[in-house]
Design a binder for this molecule. Structure first.
Ligand code: SAH
Length: 512
């Protein structure tokens, strides 16, 4: 009885799509923010992991370059184990979970062990590669069949694929997975099996990434051409008349930032709109936050806020984080929002203003000046600060310049310290992946995020990364920190705002 009454967990076998985090399904994405644990593979977009809520446990079980981190049996057991603890498990797999991803075996094991599961399909790499290379795998005049196959094991004796049979496919399209190393063998066997050597073919490396590579050739020339153009895994090959359309229908690399990889180091929960913006412009986003924030319970500060208010009482926000943690707390504690109405609101910085407006607040004081110190000085000029009591919503700081300036002007300042900033940590496989495809541009929006990079990688490795990339900063203070570590600054925002920084980056690549 006791055993039965326990909450039962469930495993969701979710397809993450081919690598662009926007290509996961809405169902998959919503499960990633509501599950208890995410168990994920290699080739899963890092952004899906870092933007999942911080309380969710994340377990990496993927392949590293040379060896399996965890054998399949262990992964199966891990799924069962977590489900039996009553947890909902998001088992995140590349592409579609049931297409060459061993999702079938996992489902069988779960059924055998009486664990509930659901399968959430994903965009499989073969079809994604066709789409992003401008190759319609079915076409009224050229192809009425699509064959997905794996080339893994093509060189072995006990072949699964009957290449003679595949070689006889007519008016169809053959799409191959895991075929980079095996390509010469595969092509040889297909031609032996009857495939015309002159038929059109293509190879697509890292499809759906801004830096995807498409190599076109006749079938017999494809291995040599792929080698010449240095095609690396992961890649898909496509064979069939339709491959010729790739030239005519090329659409992928036509955006402003196509081919550019940009690394964003600010905390992921504040950066989704930046990821989105860059991706819309065609860039590949490397979502590698170097810092993260954590809630800080300031009982005294909250007491002050709840008991004060009225004439000459102000709330002072100086960052999106403050706004987020402030209103998040009120909501979670079911504190009536009308309490905020007893305060005038000052909002320093473009992002702060936007965050407040998103919630429906129109701040009473929000001049557009660049930099927090200037903002506080301006406020002392514009408002009779000696008359006011001010609740300063902020993160933990060693030294609060802003409060000092306002106090000097005569204001009574009470801190409400709502979050701490900490360095993020990256797993070894994530660092490896970063160095495999290093960013063209690293974006820093605070000195602390630079410290974070050096803290995570160590100074030598941080320098190594910086040498492969250019650095863009939000302003002189951040640039100073970059230079302190002997790294070079290529770009600096002039108006100390993220939108301005983004603009500068876009202009930089347009000029090139
Ligand atoms: N379940 C996955 C396939 C896993 S097998 C799916 O449905 O897509 C791994 C193979 O998928 C790789 O060897 C490569 O052939 C292919 N692949 C995965 N992501 C890819 C990408 N972004 N571009 C090209 N090929 C990719």
């Amino acid at each position: 009885m006791a055993e039965n009454s326990k909450k039962k967990g469930k495993v969701y076998l979710i397809g993450a799509g081919p690598g662009d985090p926007d290509l996961i399904t809405i169902r998959g994405s919503s499960l990633l923010s509501s599950c208890d644990v995410i168990i994920y593979d290699n080739l899963i977009p890092h952004e899906l992991i870092v933007t999942a809520p911080p309380h969710i446990e994340k377990i990496y079980v993927g392949k590293s370059a040379s060896a399996h981190t965890l054998p399949q049996e262990k992964i199966n057991e891990l799924l069962v184990e977590h489900a039996r603890q009553g947890k909902n498990v998001a088992r995140l797999k590349g592409g579609d979970p049931f297409v060459f991803g061993r999702g079938g075996e996992e489902a069988e094991y779960l059924r055998k062990n009486d664990v509930d599961f659901e399968v959430v399909p994903g965009v499989t790499a073969g079809l994604a590669a066709a789409a992003s290379a401008g190759i319609p795998p079915s076409h009224r005049d050229m192809s009425s069949a699509i064959l997905l196959l794996t080339a893994h094991g093509a060189a072995d004796h006990d072949l699964f694929v009957d290449w003679d049979w595949v070689g006889k496919v007519k008016k169809g399209t053959v799409i191959g997975y895991m075929g980079v190393r095996q390509l010469p063998t595969v092509v040889e066997k297909l031609i032996e099996g009857g495939m015309p050597p002159g038929i059109e073919a293509a190879m697509i490396e890292r499809c759906c990434f801004s830096t995807q590579k498409v190599v076109r050739a006749r079938l017999e020339d494809l291995p040599a051409e792929a080698e010449r153009q240095n095609v690396n895994p992961p890649a898909i090959f496509i064979i069939g008349e339709v491959a010729a359309l790739s030239e005519k229908l090329e659409w992928y690399n036509r955006k402003m930032l196509s081919g550019v990889r940009i690394m964003i180091t600010r905390p992921a929960d504040q950066s989704r709109w930046i990821y989105q913006l860059f991706r819309n412009m065609g860039a590949e986003v490397i979502a590698y936050p170097t810092i993260k924030t954590r809630y800080n319970d300031d009982k005294e500060g909250w007491e002050k806020f709840i008991r004060s208010g009225g004439k000459d009482n102000w709330l002072f926000f100086s960052g999106e984080n403050g706004v987020r943690y402030f209103f998040g707390y009120l909501k979670s504690k079911q504190i009536d929002l009308r309490l905020v109405g007893r305060y005038a609101i000052a909002a320093a910085g473009h992002g702060t203003l936007r965050a407040l407006r998103d919630l429906g607040y129109q701040p009473d004081y929000a001049p557009s000046v660049s930099g927090m110190v200037k903002f506080a000085q301006q406020m002392c000029e514009d408002i009779e600060v000696h008359k006011i009591k001010l609740i300063r919503v902020r993160g933990q700081l060693p030294h609060d310049n802003i409060a000092e300036i306002l106090k000097k002007g005569g204001a009574e300042v009470h801190p409400l310290t709502l979050y701490k900033t900490e360095y993020a940590d990256w797993r070894e496989n994530e660092i490896k992946r970063l160095f495999m495809h290093p960013p063209h541009m690293i974006m820093f929006s605070s000195g602390k995020s630079v410290d974070g990079l050096v803290n995570i990688l160590g100074h030598d490795k941080a320098l190594e990364l910086a040498a492969k990339s250019k650095i863009a900063t939000i302003g002189p203070t951040t640039s100073e920190v970059v230079r302190k570590y002997k790294m070079e600054v290529e770009l600096e925002a002039t108006r100390h705002s993220i939108p301005d920084l983004i603009n500068q980056i876009v202009q930089y690549y347009q000029k090139k």
